[in-house]
Design a protein around this ligand. Structure first.
Ligand code: PDD
Length: 284
């Protein structure tokens, strides 16, 4: 089946799908995006993603390109036309096309692109054996709560992780506190069993997976502490894990080469991973 993309009102073969060179997404990274998981043709946590999309658009004063019900139709159509049972949908909305000038153009119309593709589920070995993270300075701007397409620090950070043989890089602020991964949220479990993750301030993206896991924890009565934690605290933690739409929930067993706890996936991480996979429809 050939791939089809939705671009500014049309469904086009992937090869022909393009935006203009003066699109402000290309010129200024002036746009926002979302990544949703598709499981069994179903869009995981669709409403939470749409709520966050509107929040990002609102913060940048980019008008929504269409109503939510129309967005849902496009998403379903892109999934259907690409025959995606298990995979992702990528949505991107930029401020539109205009001669390059920094201030907002008067007449630009937002440009909305949607793609969908099949993806292999994350390697079960990662869930079983756990993953490694490294720590790097957080060199991003002060509005990481906006899901902007401006991702250069994240790109450089992920590449640093790959080159170090790690899955993810945890970004660290000036106070030695972990903000988040380059495309994931960061969590630890303290020696006394409290699950700690940074509160959704402007230093992190409020992850939809993070919200779903918080919801599971509240329902099941876990001890939760939404506060920042330092790299030293993470290295001394009993467990650590990360969450995102594409990674689900993965236990972390090494930080900067040092074992977390006994160097094996922690009990709470494994339990929360199972509960999240049920929530996402991946496991029964
Ligand atoms: N990344 N933090 C950052 C910086 C992210 O880019 C993401 C998502 C997350 C986790 O958010 P969620 O649980 O809603 O996926 C946290 C997506 C998957 C990406 O850029 O591909």
């Amino acid at each position: 089946m050939s791939r089809i993309a939705y671009v500014a009102g049309q469904y086009l073969p992937h090869r022909q799908a393009a935006v203009h060179i003066e699109d402000r997404g290309y010129q200024f990274a002036d746009g926002v995006y979302e990544v949703l998981a598709v499981v069994g043709g179903h869009l995981v946590d669709e409403e939470l993603h749409l709520t966050r999309l509107h929040r990002s658009l609102g913060e940048l004063r980019i008008p929504a390109p269409m109503s939510n019900s129309a967005l849902k139709v496009v998403m379903r159509e892109v999934v259907r036309r690409n025959g995606v049972d298990r995979g992702i949908i990528y949505l991107q909305i930029t401020r539109g096309q205009a001669p390059r000038e920094h201030a907002f153009p008067k007449a630009a119309k937002p440009v909305f692109v949607a793609t969908s593709r099949r993806t292999k589920p994350p390697d079960p070995k990662l869930g079983r054996d756990g993953i490694a993270v490294i720590t790097i300075p957080d060199i991003r701007w002060q509005r990481c709560d906006i899901k902007s397409v401006s991702l250069l620090p994240n790109v450089l950070g992920k590449q640093a992780a790959r080159e170090a043989g790690a899955y993810e890089a945890w970004q660290v602020d000036r106070n030695e506190q972990v903000t988040e991964g380059t495309s994931t949220n960061a969590w630890i479990v303290t020696a006394d069993g409290a699950v700690v993750t940074r509160a959704a301030d402007s230093a992190i993206l409020s992850g939809v997976t993070r919200l779903a896991v918080l919801d599971i924890m509240r329902r099941e009565g876990y001890r939760l502490d939404e506060r920042p934690f330092t790299v030293a605290e993470a290295k001394a933690a009993r467990e650590a894990f990360l969450t995102s739409t594409t990674a689900d929930l993965l236990p972390i067993v090494r930080i900067d080469g040092e074992p977390v706890g006994d160097g094996k996936p922690g009990q709470l991480s494994v339990k929360l991973r199972e509960a999240y996979l049920v929530h996402a429809g991946v496991a029964a």
